[in-house]
Design a protein. Structure first.
Length: 641
């Protein structure tokens, strides 16, 4: 049983490595055209293709899949989970390689079903049930989107030759936003994500956050910017811009409230999905306003940030899994001081957290800098309403970026800094062997993207031109990022050299100017007295907790995404036990989505019970009304053709 699981994990690693190689080849030579498979539905064979856009997202899948599979080999999965991992990767690859809507839909639904199976195999019933509900809604909506595209044909080339227009195009936008937006985690279709991602095993958590949401983003990008044609109006970007701004803020605030490591990272994914949706909305608005260079800027920000996020989120999830394996818990209040026990894990997770916090000159700063520069150019849009919406999105993105930095600081500080809070944390070991390699791979990818964002964007140039036309160019110049018309320039190499020079001057200046040699003293203990002798690592209660660090933000902003209930249990006079503050947090979007569905289910159940008492005349009338409704639906669909 163990051998079969390890074999499946090794097969997953081989598939991910093959995906990386194929993606790099396709980005270099341009990929290949549609290839018909020897099977398919009655109206035509399924077909596959690989163009620069799908190759870029296949690169993302490989960059996340290879470390996750190696981590699965090192840490081990149950037999059921390990056997589902290779087909899960293949299903995501099938979505990216699809050259017709039927193949895309089959791959998308297989991806949803397999990921649900891995979560259910772990025994997480609530998370699996919630995930399955949203996956069903997503699948039905995407089926409707395929039906809206069907009058133009099923192959991508046929759809591009006759793109949808008018009411059919608007219906397509709504359905694909509901279907793929739900899978990507856009607010308010996100309640499954902060529950399902932490519930999954670590390797799958990394794939869900780093790869699967990007596959959903690819579907959005493929449909609204490629298959729907270049003549769609600029207002198509408005829902993406608005939902993206709300999602970014929502996720960033929630990331500061969660007290579970994997839940913090899942909510951070919501924030980054919001930023990606903002970039997609800007690209649509700029293209609709015939501002192709600015559309290329926004699309480049989207593509670069999608790759960067895949790398640092994979590293963060796998690092959290290593902490759980070696320190026994993912509760920050039972960790602390791990930087001394596991310096490799701490250093690599620190690199990923700094990139997620968009600290220069790391890769996260490069991609978010491009996005903010795109938002700053929104004043060029002709409509005043679009300009105001761009300004509001700029404020939301800036606030979300700052809150994301605070969330990463709190996570890294409580887990790796300070003193150990439990004996298990004090005795944690270091990641070695294959476990360390699974962390080094995404860390190496991050360092390369930090130094070489310009060449990375040049590699994505084919994807930009595939969507926006042959004249569109990514904002890259050598090793640097250069905006259209030379409006702004960011050179990571220059920033690295400048920071190195400043650090060297500070170090040597301090050593030269200090009149006395350095003296080591006791760490500041927040004003508390010295710990007793039986607490060699100090009193745990004198260190800031994850909930305590989040309290100011929770009381200022926590009520926006969460319904917060506080209960204060005062200490009994004379009791040695401290007072306790109990919190109960509930996502506000969840009851708003679920309660109407619950009422509808109860209503339908009552009406179904009443059908038992219908007379023969009533049954005949009901059958005739159903037939008339179906004929009317067929007439509407024929009208849309």
């Amino acid at each position: 049983m163990v051998g079969m699981g390890m074999g499946a994990a090794l097969a997953s690693a081989a598939l991910a490595a093959l995906g990386l190689l194929v993606a790099a080849w396709a980005l270099a030579v341009g990929g290949f055209g549609p290839v018909a498979l020897p099977f398919g539905p009655p109206w035509g064979a399924l077909s596959l293709a690989l163009d620069p856009l799908s190759a870029w997202f296949l690169l993302i899948l490989g960059a996340a899949g290879l470390p996750a599979a190696l981590f699965a080999v090192a840490s081990g999965l149950s037999r059921a989970q390990a056997l589902l991992l290779p087909p899960f990767l293949l299903a995501m690859a099938l979505v990216l390689l699809a050259a017709d809507t039927v193949t895309l839909l089959l791959g998308f639904e297989a991806m949803s079903l397999l990921s649900w199976g891995i979560i259910a195999a772990r025994g997480q019933r609530r998370a699996a049930r919630l995930y399955l509900g949203f996956a069903t809604v997503s699948g039905v909506a995407l089926l409707g989107a395929v039906a809206a595209l069907a009058p133009s044909g099923f192959g991508f080339d046929a759809i591009r030759a006759a793109p949808p227009e008018g009411l059919r195009a608007t219906l397509l936008l709504a359905l694909v936003l509901l279907g793929a937006g739900s899978k990507a985690g856009l607010v308010p279709l996100h309640p499954w994500l902060p529950v399902a991602h932490p519930a999954a095993p670590t390797a799958l958590s990394a794939l869900l956050s780093a790869a699967m949401v990007k596959v959903a983003l690819y579907v959005l990008l493929r449909v609204v910017m490629d298959l729907a044609g270049p003549a769609q109006p600029a207002w198509w970007g408005v829902p993406f811009l608005a939902l993206g701004a709300v999602s970014a803020l929502w996720g960033a605030i929630r990331a500061n409230l969660e007290t579970d490591m994997k839940a913090v990272l899942a909510c951070s994914t919501l924030e980054n999905v919001g930023l990606l949706a903002i970039a997609l909305g800007l690209a649509l608005m700029f293209r609709g306003s015939d501002l192709r260079p600015l559309a290329a800027l926004a699309l480049s920000a989207l593509l670069l940030h999608a790759l960067v996020h895949a790398c640092f989120k994979t590293l963060l999830f796998l690092g959290a899994g290593a902490v759980v394996a070696l320190a026994g818990t993912r509760d920050p209040d039972r960790l602390g001081g791990l930087v001394h026990r596991m310096p490799w894990v701490a250093g690599l997770m620190g690199l990923a957290a700094a990139s997620a916090a968009a600290l220069p000159p790391l890769a996260g700063f490069s991609s978010e800098w491009l996005l903010l520069q795109s938002l700053l150019q929104s004043w060029r849009l002709a409509e005043m309403s679009f300009q105001l919406l761009g300004a509001a999105a700029l404020a939301a993105a800036g606030m979300a970026t700052a809150l994301a930095a605070a969330a990463m600081l709190r996570l890294a500080g409580t887990v790796f800094l300070g003193r150990p809070r439990t004996p298990r944390a004090a005795g944690a070991g270091e990641a070695t062997g294959l476990l360390r390699l699974s962390l080094l791979l995404p860390g190496g990818f991050l360092l390369l993207l930090s130094v070489l964002p310009g060449p990375a964007l040049s590699l994505a140039g084919g994807a930009v031109r595939r969507v926006l036309g042959p004249v569109a160019q990514p904002p890259a110049s050598g090793l640097a990022l250069l905006l259209p018309d030379g409006a702004a320039l960011f050179s990571p190499v220059a920033v690295i050299l400048l920071l190195g020079l400043l650090l060297a001057l500070g170090y040597f200046g301090t050593r030269r100017l200090s009149p006395e040699p350095p003296v080591l003293g006791p760490a500041w203990d927040c004003g508390f007295g010295p710990a007793p002798a039986h607490l060699p690592f100090g009193d745990v209660l004198t260190q800031p907790s994850a909930a305590g660090a989040a309290q100011p933000l929770r009381r200022m902003l926590g009520g926006i995404p969460m319904a917060v209930a506080e209960r204060h249990d005062a200490a009994i006079p004379g009791s040695p036990w401290p007072a306790r503050l109990r919190l109960r947090l509930r996502d506000r979007a969840f009851p708003a989505l679920v309660q109407p569905l619950t009422r509808l289910r109860r209503f339908l159940a009552r009406e179904a019970e009443r059908l038992r008492d219908l007379s023969l005349r009533g049954f005949v009338a009901l059958s005739l009304l159903t037939l008339v409704a179906l004929l009317a639906l067929l007439a509407v669909l024929e009208r849309l053709r």
